[in-house]
Design a protein around this ligand. Structure first.
Ligand SMILES: Cc1cc2nc3c(=O)[nH]c(=O)nc-3n(C[C@H](O)[C@H](O)[C@H](O)COP(=O)(O)OP(=O)(O)OC[C@H]3O[C@@H](n4cnc5c(N)ncnc54)[C@H](O)[C@@H]3O)c2cc1C
Length: 463
């Protein structure tokens, strides 16, 4: 394997199209180029390349092959944690590939690999359309969709991956192919929920939905009321909830930093978020018992769809942090008690967020035309995370994330959700056993040398 030094020495062999787009370790731009959105991840690749087109991506894959390097694609670095050491790896950063095309008649979007969700949400809204974006405005569309894509509209419309119509991808041999139902159907299936092991995606095409507004917002309570609020929330989710309503039960501990608005800075709450796509009266009826508990603030109102990208209050700038998730089959009372004890007012350490997202609905229906991640088997998703601006916080946050997960093990689902796995996990539980075997076979067909590195890698099947 070449070292960074030999790479620098061989710079004369660069494809001319990439000349100014490769950043080597000796370059003064290198420290900026290797930054992930999660600032806690210290990425040290052999080189970083910033392609501006699909042709550049193909040239970058050839560039890596000529030098015996592996290839890791990265949009933002939101989930860079599990990637591991990047020595002997070319990091392909797609930040500069930001084209968006909306077809209002067909209700579709075509986006380049480096696009982040808020840009699509806003472009689609100009045509009265909504995309299956997640909670964060600046998560990358590509990484999110390859991992499945859990939106607050997902109980109604399913995973983002299930609504993809075509994907352009450069495979390990440097070939640009279009994968859709009629072309490269195996690859198309694998890319929809199988993660980033199959090539470097250059563009995606997916469905949009004719929605302009939602009835959505947050019920806020003092953190000390965690038990009664989350018991009432769990009761709501156990009933007959229409697919149009998605709720989240959550503890939040806002750090005392200027980026947090004054009224909530440094404060702790238990909150319930609601996202509803039908008549507000229906949601009001379902949320009645939670409102009867007397929230200190109730922001639920009819809002334009782009407002949903900020409602969950995810950080909108890069931050250092540690987090992890798991899925839960059922939430009986004992599970809520365990959750409140581990994550509530008396938690051993206050994490920024510890949340329970209600799944089910269309997310749980495995349709034959869906991809590798056909459905989410668990009824709830847990995600716990804390920021680590000081090195000494890393161990505390990591231990607390693990403590929350441990408390919920008795109710854990078999399946794990790739996008919310921010540490290295065995890959098999992300899919059904059959899907995992098929993914390994497809990986062996398209990338037998395991050149393409994903944050949650799938090993090629043995031949
Ligand atoms: C604050 C926050 C909020 C989140 N909210 C949600 C949510 O609501 N719903 C949800 O489902 N997930 C959510 N996530 C998880 C998120 O979807 C994953 O972290 C996802 O991997 C991010 O994609 P990215 O491209 O931004 O990240 P990156 O770290 O850049 O990419 C992650 C992986 O995706 C693959 N990848 C990225 N680009 C390419 C490419 N061009 N070609 C091939 N592979 C590629 C690679 O394997 C890469 O390692 C959230 C994460 C955070 C930190």
């Amino acid at each position: 394997m070449p070292t960074s030094t030999t790479l620098t020495g061989r710079a004369g062999y660069l494809d001319h199209s990439l000349d100014s787009k490769v950043v080597l370790p000796a370059d003064e731009r290198f420290d900026q180029a290797r930054l992930a959105w999660n600032l806690a991840v210290d990425q040290r690749p052999a080189a970083v390349v910033f392609p501006e087109s699909a042709a550049d991506v193909a040239a970058a894959v050839r560039y890596a092959a000529q030098r015996g390097l592996r290839v890791a694609a990265q949009g933002t670095g939101h989930n860079a944690g599990p990637l591991g050491p990047l020595a002997h790896t070319l990091l392909v950063r797609t930040d500069k590939m930001r084209g968006i095309w909306i077809d209002p008649q067909a209700r579709t979007a075509r986006v380049e690999a480096g696009v982040v969700w808020l840009d699509v949400v806003q472009a689609a809204a100009q045509h009265g359309l909504a995309a299956l974006a997640g909670s964060s405005p600046n998560v990358g569309v590509t990484g999110y969709t390859l991992g499945g894509g859990l939106s607050f509209l997902g109980r109604k419309y399913g995973l983002a991956a299930s609504n993809v119509q075509a994907i352009d991808v450069v495979t390990a041999d440097g070939t640009l192919v279009r994968a859709d139902r009629d072309h490269e159907p195996d690859l198309f299936w694998a890319l929809r929920g199988g993660g980033g092991s199959f090539g470097v995606v250059t563009a995606l095409e997916f469905a949009l939905f004719p929605i302009t507004q939602a009835y959505a917002g947050v019920l806020w309570y003092p953190i000390g009321r965690g038990s009664e609020v989350l018991h009432a929330w769990a009761e709501l989710t156990r009933g007959s909830v229409p697919d149009e309503l998605t709720t989240v039960g959550r503890f939040v501990n806002f750090p005392p930093i200027p980026q947090i608005p004054e009224p909530i800075r440094g404060q702790s709450f238990v909150i319930v978020e609601a996202y509803h796509l039908d008549d507000p009266a229906q949601a009001d009826q379902l949320l009645g018992p939670l409102r009867a508990l007397g929230p200190v603030n109730d922001t639920i109102a009819t809002v334009p769809v782009p407002a949903l990208s900020h409602l969950h209050m995810d950080p909108e700038q890069p931050v250092p942090g540690k987090g992890d998730g798991m899925m839960i089959d059922q939430l009986p009372s004992e599970a809520i008690d365990a959750f409140v004890q581990a994550a509530g007012a008396h938690a051993a350490f206050p994490l920024t967020t510890v949340e329970l997202r209600h799944l089910g609905g269309e997310l749980a229906r495995p349709r034959p035309h869906n991809g590798a991640l056909s459905s989410l088997e668990g009824q709830y998703l847990v995600f716990a995370a804390g920021s680590t601006p000081l090195p000494e916080l890393t161990a505390l946050v990591t231990a607390q994330v693990e403590a929350v997960k441990r408390a919920l093990v008795p109710w854990a689902a078999r399946q794990m959700y790739l996008n919310f796995a921010e540490t290295r996990h065995p890959a098999a539980p992300f899919w059904t056993a059959h899907a995992y075997q098929r993914l390994r076979q497809i990986k062996a067909n398209v990338d037998p040398g395991d050149i393409i590195r994903s944050n949650h890698p799938i090993p090629p099947a043995a031949r």
